[in-house]
Design a protein around this ligand. Structure first.
Ligand SMILES: Nc1ncnc2c1ncn2[C@@H]1O[C@H](COP(=O)(O)OP(=O)(O)OP(=O)(O)O)[C@@H](O)[C@H]1O
Ligand SMILES: Nc1ccn([C@@H]2O[C@H](COP(=O)(O)O)[C@@H](O)[C@H]2O)c(=O)n1
Ligand SMILES: [Mg+2]
Length: 248
């Protein structure tokens, strides 16, 4: 059972050091918020030790099929994920949406996340991975799209460590910067990061931290690169060809 393996992995995880919260991808080691590590590890350890060996929880006994969906800000990840979810029966988990939901909850962690998102930086990996892990557990899905994750090498490593698995495929939407900027400035959804100053920072972070992750998965033969120019429907035709050829 993939969850049981995850439990074992968690219980073997070496303790991380605590440090003041900052954007973890800008730092070189794994960091947790001061109160985060005992909370996360205890909760996870409890979950996986109490459920180990029990398939009667209604959960899937097999690892879900996981597609990471990457691309620059405004490249159309969310738009295409909605279509994939509807046509191919995937659950769509957007890392950005999960973080915004945490902000909306009014939690202390949400205040930290808001501050980082306003700066176009990357939220500490353990926070994001824990939100994704919980959402995966709750959805109980066997096909999952994880949109906007991993954004940096540390995100990637934290996912493998905490969730205990790798993506089956990685979709990469390749879009020119001027097109992404135009789309973001026209999005009009009231996002705190859709202003030209933050967009410039997000583009820099994308180039310096996210592209290396795409390169990593390319070297492992997992990346499907899609030209993200044209209409959303035209792009989805290319997406459809990829998903139609998969065996989940
Ligand atoms: N092919 C397209 N042509 C023109 N506009 C598009 C296209 N695809 C998406 N859009 C629009 O561009 C904006 C950004 O799209 P979307 O939210 O899907 O991007 P994203 O990659 O999820 O961005 P972010 O990383 O900021 O969440 C939206 O307003 C969306 O309606
Ligand atoms: N793995 C992630 C994903 C997102 N963020 C932060 O959220 C912002 C918005 O993300 P979108 O995918 O909705 O564009 C992003 O700019 C980051 O600040 C993150 O830290 N880690
Ligand atoms: Mg999005």
């Amino acid at each position: 059972m993939w969850r049981r393996r995850l439990g074992a992995l968690l219980l073997r995880s070496p303790p991380s050091s605590s440090s003041p919260a900052a954007s973890s991808c800008q730092r070189s080691r794994h960091h947790l918020l001061p109160t985060e590590e005992p909370l996360a590890l205890n909760r996870l350890a409890r979950l996986f030790t109490s459920q180990a060996g029990s398939d009667g929880d209604g959960g899937h006994s097999q690892k879900p099929f996981i597609a990471f969906v990457l691309g620059g800000p405004g490249s159309g990840k969310g738009t295409q994920c909605t279509k994939i979810a509807s046509d191919f029966g995937f659950v769509h988990l957007s890392a950005g949406d999960l973080l915004r939901h945490e902000i909306a909850s009014g939690s202390e962690k949400g205040e930290l996340i808001l501050d980082i998102i306003k700066q176009g930086r990357i939220v500490p990996s353990e926070i994001t991975v824990e939100l994704i892990r919980k959402a995966m557990e709750m959805s109980n899905a066997n096909k999952v799209l994880i949109d906007g994750f991993p954004r940096c090498e540390e995100n990637r490593v934290a996912f493998e460590r905490i969730v205990g698995t790798e993506p089956d495929i990685v979709i990469f939407f390749d879009c020119p910067e001027d097109e992404m900027v135009k789309r973001l400035l026209g999005r009009n959804q009231g996002r705190v990061d859709d202003n030209i100053e933050t967009i410039k920072k997000r583009l820099k972070v994308f180039e310096s931290l996210n592209i290396p992750v795409v390169d990593y998965y390319s070297s492992r033969g997992k990346v499907h690169k899609i030209n993200a120019t044209g209409t959303a429907d035209e792009i989805f035709e290319a997406v459809r060809r990829i998903f139609s050829s998969l065996r989940f």
